[in-house]
Design a protein around this ligand. Sequence first.
Ligand code: EPU
Length: 339
Amino acid sequence: MDIHTDIPLKNYTTMRLGGNAKYITEAHTAEDVATIYQNAKAQNLPVFVLGGGSNVIAKDEGFAGIVVRIRIPGFEVVADEPGSTTIRIGAGEQWDSIVKRTVDMNLSGIEAMSAIPGTAGAAPIQNVGAYGQEIADTLVSAEAYDSLTNTFGTLENSDCDFKYRDSIFRSRDKGRYVITSITIKLSKNQPQPPFYEALQKYLDDNGIKIYTQQIIRDAVIAIRTSKLPDPKVNPNTGSFFKNAIVDSWQVDNLKRISPDIPLYDMGDGHYKVPTGWLIERAGFKGQLINGIRVHDKNALVLINESATSYHDLAYARNAIIDKVRDMFGIIIEQEPLEI
Ligand code: EPU
């Protein structure tokens, strides 16, 4: 196992910011993960697990421990039933190559999550979702190394406590489990309408009336390409903020501030407010703050145009959070995790 020393984390995170990791290494098997943790424990070093680095922000002080990049491969059909196929996928596989493979197999369930950067093992961490689908809908279980007990185990879907962009992996048990594989169950049926608003609009605008997995994948790729910057060209982490969730008692006040505020009834006494809309209304869309550009096509996305430090990003982020709070009384939250 190769271990590299003093490696800039900006080379491993798509925001391209942050200081050095003391050590960085790769895990190609589940056993590698256990070995790395045992060695780290013996040397009293903290461990941080990285997938594709597309939803992680590195701080300027770097990380005085060992960063593990999960490179575990695998794609195995574990059950084939009349209406569904269940597949076990190595945590290190590129998410979008998995989506492509399952679409090629005419399976449905993750096609709307096309073109999302990152790895398969990272998808459950923040319950990745897009265009009406989220991993919580198709995930059967995740196999994981438990760093607390130094054992391997299986977490069923219900163990993960999935919520909007949240799970036990980034809240209650943050840092405890390392996902080594995920098992998802996909349908053999064609994708069924109604689709997510923006997706339906694209299909209607283009006169598309037949909804195959490939057609949905192509439509999502077209929408994403027009709205989201490519991290290889413009460093970013996708949505930088979560959409806001407000209580029903806040709604009247929000409508008083802005009668046209978009509110989506979540059916449980809460409403989702698009943070991109709030940031746009706060006047930030397209603005450059300390080298950080608020994307001109989607204000939820921050692009590192010329920032040189995490400090620059934090300044821009805080300016946005403060203004949205002052205007709407809503405290918006950062979506990517931090190392
Ligand atoms: N909006 C604005 N101004 C903006 C951006 C959005 O007014 O600058 C409005 C749009 O007009 C729309 C609403 O906000 O009415 C929602 O926008 P959109 O459908 O583009 O989705 P989003 O809320 O910006 C979320 C996810 C994306 C995902 C899309 C599609 C989060 C934090 N983001 O974005 O996920 O691709 O929905 O499902 O939930 C990611 O997490 O990195 C990500 C890209």
